[in-house]
Design a protein around this ligand. Structure first.
Ligand SMILES: *[C@@H]1O[C@H](CO)[C@@H](O)[C@H](O)[C@H]1NC(C)=O
Ligand SMILES: *[C@@H]1O[C@H](CO)[C@@H](O)[C@H](O)[C@H]1NC(C)=O
Ligand SMILES: *[C@@H]1O[C@H](CO)[C@@H](O)[C@H](O)[C@H]1NC(C)=O
Ligand SMILES: *[C@@H]1O[C@H](CO)[C@@H](O)[C@H](O)[C@H]1NC(C)=O
Length: 773
């Protein structure tokens, strides 16, 4: 809710400032709007960008009142769009918006939205690359593919963007390396082939001001001031960097998912957020630049598709054959928190790898608490030393959370300080303790964070403990006059100790805007991910952190998203003709629902449900060779939007197509979108439902698949036919599935439907929901 809250707060403050002014002046205050136009409106779209721009200006001029005649309408236009959407972004008053809405050819006027990057704002570190098994790496490395990353920019000098051994820039590439502050064309190479920045929606101030105190920290160029974009870009397509480590800890190979893919960076996120007018401008240009994949580790809250510029821009991108991959958001475990949920987008949730960074707390009474940290323990002065333990709770300054200025020096000096997690940044708490003279920190999860374990690169010796351990810790502190503890760092432990699980923060389905489509689609690694980092930022990302690293650790669905973007590049490189839907199908139907040892993927202490993990955890080697794919055309998506009950004008806004739903639904009676997962809802009296699917054979030309069904509780499932006999490659066969409700006793249940062949298992998760009156 944060971004929205801040935004509405800004609006309130803004309105309050204006309260003393007369009404007319309030109406004339300018804000940014995205104006969508009819592509074949009263006048046809002009052919050149110059004419297009003039056409857009004419709309602004027509909306302006006579008193503004002296003003140049072109100064109001921020962007002219033509590839991701028909229309423009402009600074407009409420009066102008009202008159624009009445102009023929204008189909929608939406206020700009502020979105945010999807990290958990915990800046952490340490060095192991993303896991890569030989099988899939050999199948192309993403060679020839271009991944466009919409994010906070890039640190081009990072060793992850070295272009030694990279193939030449693809000939279809039309992008540029845009010059700006500390950035010019010499910063691009065969790895980082393009870089642009979009400031108009955000309107970067070049000097600090009360509105934008961070202005000086931001490069007005593609250069990354934040770190997030450098991290995500290198996760998607960074080259292999051997012995990547952070402060000498955890050496290993750091490597992007598609190490031979090219990266094009579109900086749309600034320290204050990412504006949809900038995002749309970046998508607009990226489509023309010639990217194959768009990776967006950003978003907001679920909103209807016709109000969502990312959904609209990505529909056009999809029609151009571009795969759009987005982060699901970090608002889990709240149900229906998933964002970026359009069916033509691949929506990615986050998983926790089976890697641990133990840093135990040995209490004065001899008992141990389990904690985790990436702190390079053995190299620190206070590490391992027995210290007095203090928890400063109960004040009104937020000292239990270790707010800035909340810790009394005399109480914490030289001690190990307990800080509750939440409200302010995790690494920031460490800085607060250090500033107050504390020697070490225990970061204690509260009920909200439960056992979530994203680790941090703290500026002092520290460990993080789960909620259960936090209760034991506080009970111990209460039980004794002089509590003491010491930290015992254990390095990195891989495997064994834990199951693959859904990250607690990963946003959950069901989708609010489109409950018939299971979202998120898949999960991918998103907790404690090591990737490239700007060389002028500390690994904790705090301004006070003077340490320098080439890699750091971050957590969030932001980190999961570029894993999938890289996998998409690998698949497209191996199968250049596949549509975005086919590529997504390959990733979904081959995803894992168990870990290497066959144990189910967990969500807390229970097996994960479909609304947490979608089709499961990505498995790149299998995704390269899925056997069958579920393909979807643009027209299928349009018919699907009709089934959602969207009106003609809403569908037009999203797809730029004028359709008659009445006719489409009549022609496609019983239509079901050919999605690789299945979601069925029983309403009141319905006891039977039938859905259809079509599969395309992309495996052995001669192959026979038989169906295996795991029935969800409370329904009987019938599949016809039960065998699919393929005789050639790219042959399409259909099947139908009947769901017969046998109970009203449960609200929802889950199962799966799998087409099995000697080499392939093509699995669709099945979700059944009963809407009781
Ligand atoms: C780019 O910037 C670098 C460093 O400021 C400078 O040495 C180089 O000459 C510039 N190159 C171009 C092509 O402008
Ligand atoms: C510790 O003591 C304080 C004050 O007596 C009390 O409020 C708190 O609940 C106790 N905490 C635990 C974990 O026992
Ligand atoms: C970061 O990478 C650069 C270039 O590869 C290297 O010169 C530098 O020593 C590295 N810095 C650290 C802290 O490892
Ligand atoms: C859609 O088509 C109908 C009939 O062909 C037409 O009357 C209507 O104006 C069109 N709407 C749009 C938004 O183009």
């Amino acid at each position: 809710m944060e971004a929205e809250k801040i935004w509405s707060l800004a609006v309130i403050t803004f309105s309050l400032c204006l309260a003393s002014l007369v009404m007319a002046e309030e109406d004339s205050a300018l804000r940014t709007y995205i104006v969508q136009l009819h592509p074949n409106g009263p006048t046809r779209i002009p052919a050149t960008s110059e004419l297009l721009h003039r056409w857009h200006i004419s709309f602004v001029r027509d909306s302006m009142s006579s008193s503004e005649e002296s003003e140049d309408p072109s100064s109001r236009i921020l962007y002219s769009y033509r590839s991701a959407m028909e229309g423009f972004a402009a600074r407009l008053s409420q009066l102008e918006v009202a008159s624009l809405r009445r102009l023929p050819g204008v189909i929608a006027v939406r206020p700009d939205r502020k979105l945010q990057v999807h990290t958990t704002y915990s800046y952490k570190f340490l060095g192991l690359g993303t896991s890569a098994s030989g099988a899939w790496a050999r199948s192309g490395f993403g060679r020839g593919m271009i991944i466009g990353v919409l994010d906070t920019g890039v640190w081009p000098e990072s060793p992850s963007f070295d272009d030694r051994g990279m193939p030449p820039v693809p000939r279809k590439w039309k992008g540029v390396c845009q010059e700006g502050q500390d950035f010019n064309s010499s910063n691009c190479n065969r790895k980082l082939i393009g870089a642009r920045f979009f400031t108009k929606g955000h309107r970067v101030a070049s000097a600090p001001s009360p509105d934008n105190p961070n202005a000086v920290l931001e490069y007005v160029s593609p250069r990354d001031s934040h770190g997030h974009g450098t991290h995500t870009s290198s996760t998607a397509g960074g080259v292999s960097v051997p012995m990547a480590s952070v402060l000498g800890n955890g050496a290993g190979v750091a490597r992007g998912m598609a190490p031979e893919a090219h990266i094009a960076v579109y900086k749309v996120c600034w320290l204050t957020g990412c504006y949809s007018s900038d995002i749309l401008a970046a998508m607009d240009v990226a489509i023309r630049d010639g990217v194959d994949v768009l990776s967006l580790s950003l978003g907001g809250f679920p909103i209807p598709l016709y109000d969502d510029s990312i959904a609209i821009g990505s529909f056009r991108a999809m029609e151009h054959g571009i795969s759009v991959v987005c982060a699901a958001g970090n608002n889990g475990p709240i149900m229906s928190s998933v964002a970026n949920e359009a069916p033509w987008i691949a929506t990615v949730g986050a998983s926790t790898l089976d890697r641990r960074f133990p840093a135990l707390v040995r209490l004065g009474n001899g008992k141990f608490l389990y904690g985790e940290s990436m702190y390079p323990g053995n190299r620190l002065a206070n590490s391992g030393k027995k210290l007095e333990l203090v928890y400063v709770a109960g004040g009104d300054k937020g000292s239990e959370f270790c707010f800035r200025g909340s810790l009394p020096r005399d109480k914490v000096r030289g001690k190990m300080v307990v800080c509750d997690r939440g409200v302010n940044g995790r690494a920031e708490k460490g800085e607060v303790v250090k500033e107050a003279g504390g020697a070490a920190m225990i970061l204690a999860n509260t009920e909200i964070n439960d056992e979530e374990d994203s680790v941090d690169v703290h500026v002092l010796p520290a460990t993080q403990i789960g909620f259960r351990e936090a209760i034991r810790l506080k009970a111990y502190i209460n039980s004794t006059r002089r509590a003491t503890a010491r930290l015992v760092f254990g390095g990195t432990v891989i495997g064994k100790s834990r199951a693959l699980s859904v990250a607690l923060f990963s946003s959950r389905g069901p989708s609010l805007t489109d409950p018939g489509i299971l979202k998120p689609d898949v999960i991918a690694p998103g907790v404690n991910i090591i990737a490239a980092w700007p060389q002028n930022l500390g690994p904790s990302s705090l301004p006070e952190d003077s340490r320098r690293v080439n890699f750091t650790v971050m957590s969030g669905t932001s980190m999961a998203c570029p894993h999938v973007s890289g996998i998409v590049a690998l698949i497209r490189s191996a199968h250049p003709k596949w549509s975005p839907a086919a590529v997504k199908s390959a990733i979904m139907t081959t995803a894992d629902v168990t870990d290497h040892s066959g144990k189910p993927i967990m969500d807390g202490d229970k097996p994960a449900r479909i609304f947490a993990m979608g089709a499961g955890h990505v498995n790149p080697p299998r995704a390269i060779n899925p056997g069958l794919i579920y393909d979807i055309s643009s027209n299928d998506y349009i018919t699907h939007l009709c089934t959602l009950g969207y009106g003609t004008s809403d569908i037009f806004t999203i797809t730029h197509r004028n359709v008659s739903c009445h006719e489409l639904l009549r022609k496609n009676r019983g239509f079901s979108l050919n999605y690789p997962s299945i979601s069925v809802t029983f309403k009141d009296k319905a006891t039977r439902k039938m859905i259809r699917r079509r599969v395309t054979n992309v495996g052995d030309p001669h192959s026979v698949y038989t169906v295996e069904v795991e029935e969800p509780e409370g329904v009987r499932v019938r599949v016809r036919p039960r065998r699919l006999v393929f005789e050639h490659k790219n042959q399409v066969l259909s099947y139908r599935v009947w769901f017969i409700s046998r109970t009203m006793g449960v609200k929802s249940s889950e199962g799966q439907l799998t087409w099995v062949h000697s080499e392939n298992r093509v699995r669709s998760p099945v979700s059944v929901t009963w809407k009781h009156k």
